[in-house]
Design a protein around this ligand. Structure first.
Ligand code: COA
Length: 419
């Protein structure tokens, strides 16, 4: 499919974002065909250009992996001339996305009221750490802060350890994905009403949305006093808050991370094994314990729960001479929901993830080839083509020329560090 036929072709997005939550949202829109223009501080740009660099003078992977398929305009939006340029862009945009600290947009003069005056059709997407009603709404927020405020940390980890942060970007990229859904919804709404609207997503709210099963558990705990699928049941104790459940997870089917051959030296020689109620019979066959299938001490989930760790121990004995891949290849034939614990190297070089374009190799100006994520959303009529990220200000001249600025104007703006 050519770029002009992509679903979001013709949608103009001003990407006034930084770090991860905002850029992840606008990158998704860019993949699906929107014209995404990143507006960045002259000479500085998105902070991630310089964060965690692997080569001294190159844009960091942190930046290139969140800003593919975009263009970049250097613009100081705090100067009168910079503001005037930004206003021109806003007048012709469909979407403006920002994720600055609380109040930054207002301090720059870009209040929601002013944005509506400039362009009533504008969809304005905004990420903050906390929503406007929150007593914490003045606080700046990064990923891990949101994971703590959204219930993820208190429910992740082991019961005898502290609250734990997930490596998955529940606060950042997850919030960006929520915002993308909100923006697309507002664009559909605009097609009916002709009017734009403000779409706000807070990182705390986006994390809570993913922690819904823990909110379920909080209420179950209040009703019955225990949670039968947690390792604390039946021998441990429950308080009045959802405990950390180790690797039990949040589903109705008990499971655990189990050691496979080589675990002594390989920290990822494990599989996740799920004891699925409806497939208990085949599971017993698979692990060489056919006698458990009809044994009253094992036959039902309730009967198994008191000795679930003894069951997992037995399964680990069975796994002791099998690699994680061999184990999964056996278990899949018996319909056991399971997977190897894949490390990032295995993911990076997995040929099937490359074939599906979930992981893609991209050419980046100055850097050369690097690996990044492709679209996790697969469409039947197109596959988003992932390109490199823009260099800082790479498209400044072309954007300003299109807005009617002459080469002399641009040189003057550059001298004054407006662009
Ligand atoms: N021209 C002029 N000024 C610009 C500019 C530009 N192109 N781009 C940004 N700025 C200004 C902002 O207006 C702001 O000005 P201020 O002095 O009035 O506050 C300033 O740069 C700093 O921006 P800010 O985003 O607040 O940076 P920070 O480094 O202090 O804070 C965060 C970073 C991420 C903590 C903060 O932006 C935040 O809490 N964002 C909301 C939640 C979020 O998205 N978190 C990150 C998830 S990955």
């Amino acid at each position: 499919m050519s770029d002009t036929n992509l679903p979001l072709a013709g949608i103009k997005v001003i990407d006034f974002t930084g770090v991860q939550a905002g850029p992840a949202c606008t990158q998704l829109l860019a993949w699906f065909g929107a014209d995404v223009l990143k507006v960045e501080r002259p000479g500085v740009g998105d902070v991630t250009r310089r964060q965690l660099r692997d080569f001294p003078d190159l844009d960091a992977l942190y930046f290139t992996m969140l800003n593919s398929n975009k263009r970049s305009l250097e613009l100081d939006t705090k100067t009168p001339e910079g503001k005037a340029i930004m206003e021109k862009l806003i007048r012709e945009a469909d979407v403006l996305v920002e994720n600055f600290g609380p109040g930054a947009m207002d301090r720059m003069g870009f209040t929601w009221e002013h944005l509506q005056e400039l362009n009533p059709r504008l969809v304005f997407g905004s990420v903050k750490g906390f929503n406007e009603q929150s007593s914490y709404s003045d606080i700046k927020v990064y990923e891990n802060v949101a994971q703590c405020a959204g219930g993820a940390a208190s429910t992740t980890g082991f019961w005898d350890g502290p609250p734990t942060i997930s490596a998955a970007a529940l606060g950042d990229s997850n919030t960006g994905m929520h915002l993308a859904i909100g923006i697309l919804t507002a664009l559909m709404g605009r097609a009916k009403t002709g009017k734009g609207q403000k779409v706000s997503v807070s990182m705390q709210d986006a994390v809570i949305n993913l922690c819904r099963v823990k909110l379920r558990d909080q209420q179950r705990l209040e009703h019955v006093g225990y949670l039968e699928e947690y390792p604390q049941y039946p021998h441990g104790t429950f308080t009045d808050v959802v405990p950390r459940g180790g690797n039990a997870g949040g589903g109705g089917q008990p499971g655990w991370i189990l050691k496979c051959k080589g675990w002594e030296t390989d920290p990822n020689a494990y599989i996740y094994f799920t004891v699925q109620e409806q497939d208990w019979g085949p599971t017993c066959q698979a692990i060489g314990k056919p006698e458990w299938a009809d044994d009253p001490a094992y036959a039902t989930a309730r009967a198994r729960q008191p000795h679930i760790f003894q069951i997992f121990d037995e399964i680990e004995h069975w796994l002791a001479d099998k690699t994680k891949f061999e184990a999964v290849n056996i278990l899949r034939k018996f319909d056991v929901p399971c997977a190897p614990v894949l490390n990032m190297k295995e993911i990076a070089y997995d040929p099937t993830l490359r074939a599906s374009e979930t992981i893609v190799e991209v050419e980046q100006k100055k850097r050369g080839k690097f690996l990044t994520v492709g679209s996790p959303i697969k469409f039947s009529s197109f596959t988003p083509a992932i390109t490199g990220a823009p260099l800082l200000g790479e498209h400044t001249d072309e954007v300003l020329a299109r807005l009617g600025y002459s080469a002399g104007d641009i040189a003057r703006l550059r001298e004054k560090k407006v662009v």
